[in-house]
Design a protein around this ligand. Structure first.
Ligand code: SF4
Ligand code: SF4
Length: 620
């Protein structure tokens, strides 16, 4: 990552940084004064960067408990005349949508930017929802940058447009913009921040009568923005003007098209849209009027294709449309330069030979590197907790509704994963229709505060006979170890204050105690909350190493080990591997890599022949 000093240096500089850091720098250069966000890959580094820089800049920034809280916090600042911003991953939009749709009606005062990072290909997400549709459904302008430099500039532009039209601006990134690393030109910025000033009145009350009046104003606002786009410089036409073909694209797809045309050695007219909502109809019609073929290149949904095809028909233009409707690209997963070159080749010709086939290259590599599913880290407290639970769940044919977090990696007990906070609500639902089987919900500490609280209140209210297991690892680990309310709020106190009668805590490494507690909880009528509290093993390991503390690792006695595989194959701690006989290729015994072991002790508790023990430090 770019260093904090580089990120906030108020000077002209070219800095090698992540797309997300470029976005953060754009916000700083734009003079953002309030920033609030909930972490979510691929957006998290934006928030990490701005929150780390906030103290030095003298601005307010926070990790909020969820995306809706973050949006509303930022919105209050905006309507007080302050430049404000929030950032989230695409599914975070579903959490904040309630506020967004109404706020769009009422508009803004200080510039307001909602950065959303979509995740085509589901690299770290549960779906591929395409946030460009917000432009249609929520009627908010949507900017789509095509590289990290443009992402930085578009954030600044977004604040300007927001203030010019009093509109909530969405800037849509995708994983390949957010996580790309490139040289980005940083510019100097103003640091004269102002005080907020809220004017009393009825403008910001979304009451039915006011909403009825506001909706036509919002429709008119989007029309005004649409008329303004041609003079904004956000729509760019490139290439020759005498071709029967024309390509329309936006965002990262534009970068793939540029690569693809170079691969194919073709020069085709290209319209790149910076604002994808509202659409720059004037420029689009001008571009399309003399073309016989319009090619749409975009990821996931046929957003541009559907909307622009309708526009062309309405204006009596009938070029042949090539896009998802003709199958040149898929309606799912991400694109790349090769896929786009293949899609274009079938229409405009050219040679593909100069480009690497990524799938072929992957095939060559996987001959040497075996496929491994993502695993819990060495010493992970989630693995220990799930190991204990798996016995209870299997024995009782329990149903296990899990949630979103590192613990989604569980290989043993999970039955359902839906969305943030769904574990407790789904457990409630199961408990109403499944008889004589224990129902478990599993949730992390951050998700508990994100959307678990309301579900737990509902479970208490309706006396759901469920066992809620909270894994409190003291942080939001999956998205980069962000802090969360566990710093100041005790989950046990919260559960008790919500009316849960059976609340108990234990250390997930303590198997004996855990077994007793699970058995006791199963006998309890009504909701129980079991908190397994242990700092994230990965973070603990880093803290120990940074502070020079010794880690007491474990070792395996090769004379005792019977190579049963319990610690490697079943428990799956990545710190343990086989020692293989080089002649017979047989597994002789297992070995612990001391550079990876966190000393959690769990393997020593589960080894059936007690071959594992604390390593003796010969220096002592
Ligand atoms: S003690 Fe055992 S289970 Fe724990 S990290 Fe070390 S090798 Fe893995
Ligand atoms: S569980 Fe014990 S006996 Fe089995 S492979 Fe591991 S160290 Fe060897």
């Amino acid at each position: 990552m770019a260093r904090l000093e580089e990120l906030i240096a108020n000077e002209e500089n070219i800095v090698l940084c992540l797309g997300n850091e470029a976005i953060a720098r754009g916000a700083i250069e734009a003079g953002v004064q309030l920033f609030a966000a909930y972490p979510g890959t691929p957006s998290s580094e934006i928030s990490t960067a701005i929150i780390s820089a906030s103290k030095s800049l003298g601005i307010y920034a926070e990790w909020s408990t969820n995306e809706k809280v973050a949006f509303e916090t930022a919105y209050a600042a905006s309507i007080s005349g302050i430049r404000a911003m929030t950032a989230c991953k695409h599914v975070g939009i579903n959490v904040l949508a309630d506020a967004l749709y109404s706020a769009a009606y009422m508009g803004t005062k200080g510039g307001f930017v909602l950065l959303v990072a979509d995740d085509p290909h589901c690299f770290s997400s549960q779906n591929e929802q395409d946030s460009r549709w917000l432009g249609v459904s929520a009627q908010v302008p949507v900017l789509e940058p095509s590289n990290p430099q443009e992402a930085k500039e578009f954030i600044k532009k977004a604040f300007e447009i927001s203030e010019k039209f009093e509109a909530i601006m969405v800037v849509r990134s995708t994983t390949r913009i957010s996580h790309a690393r490139s040289d980005v030109q940083f510019n100097t910025y103003e640091t004269s921040y102002s005080e907020g000033d809220f004017e009393k009145g009825r403008r910001y009350q979304c009451l039915p009568a006011l909403a009825r009046a506001n909706h036509p104003k919002l429709v008119a606002k989007m029309e005004t923005i649409k008329e303004w786009i041609p003079e904004s410089g956000l729509s760019i036409i490139e290439g020759p003007n005498n071709s029967e073909f024309g390509i329309i694209t936006s965002g990262i797809s534009y970068s793939y098209v540029k690569d693809a045309l170079e691969i194919l050695n073709k020069d085709i007219p290209l319209l790149k849209l910076g604002l994808v909502a509202p659409l720059d109809e004037k420029t689009i019609l001008e571009f399309a009027k003399d073309k016989k073929n319009i090619i749409f290149i975009e990821e996931v949904d046929p957003y541009l294709e559907d909307r622009i095809s309708a526009l062309l028909i309405q204006n009596s233009l009938a070029p042949k449309i090539h896009g998802k409707c003709t199958g040149i690209t898929k309606r799912y997963h991400e694109l790349n330069s090769r896929l786009v070159a293949e899609a274009l080749q079938g229409i405009i010709g050219g040679e593909l030979s100069s480009v690497v086939d990524i799938q072929e290259a992957e095939g060559e590599i996987t001959e040497f590197i075996p496929f491994r599913p993502p695993l819990f880290c060495p010493g992970c407290q989630h693995r220990a907790a799930f190991w204990e639970l798996s016995k209870v769940v299997r024995k009782n044919k329990g149903i296990f509704a899990s949630d979103i977090g590192c613990y989604s990696l569980d290989p043993w007990v999970t039955d359902t994963i839906l969305c943030m906070g769904a574990g407790i609500s789904m457990a409630n639902g199961f408990s109403r229709v499944i008889k004589d089987r224990p129902i478990f919900a599993y949730i992390g500490d951050s998700t508990f505060f994100h959307t678990g609280l309301t579900a737990l209140a509902n479970a208490v209210y309706h006396k759901a006979n469920i066992n809620v297991l909270v894994l409190d690892n003291r942080m939001t680990a999956m998205t980069g170890f962000q802090p969360n309310p566990t710093e100041v709020i005790d989950i046990a106190d919260v559960a008790k204050s919500l009316g849960v009668e059976y609340v108990v805590e234990f250390d997930p490494y303590d198997f004996e105690n855990g077994k007793k507690i699970f058995e006791e909880a199963l006998l309890h009528e009504g909701p129980s909350v079991i908190i397994m509290r242990k700092i994230c093993a990965n973070e603990w390991w880093r803290q120990q190493r940074r502070s020079g503390q010794k880690i007491e690792v474990y070792q395996i006695d090769p004379e005792i080990c019977i190579a049963c595989g319990t610690c490697i194959v079943q428990y799956q701690c990545p710190a343990i591997h086989w020692s293989i006989d080089t002649n017979s290729k047989e597994k002789k015994y297992s070995v612990i890599d001391p550079s990876m072991c966190t000393g959690c002790s769990v393997c020593s508790q589960i080894c059936p022949v007690k071959a594992i023990s604390k390593a003796v430090d010969e220096n002592e």
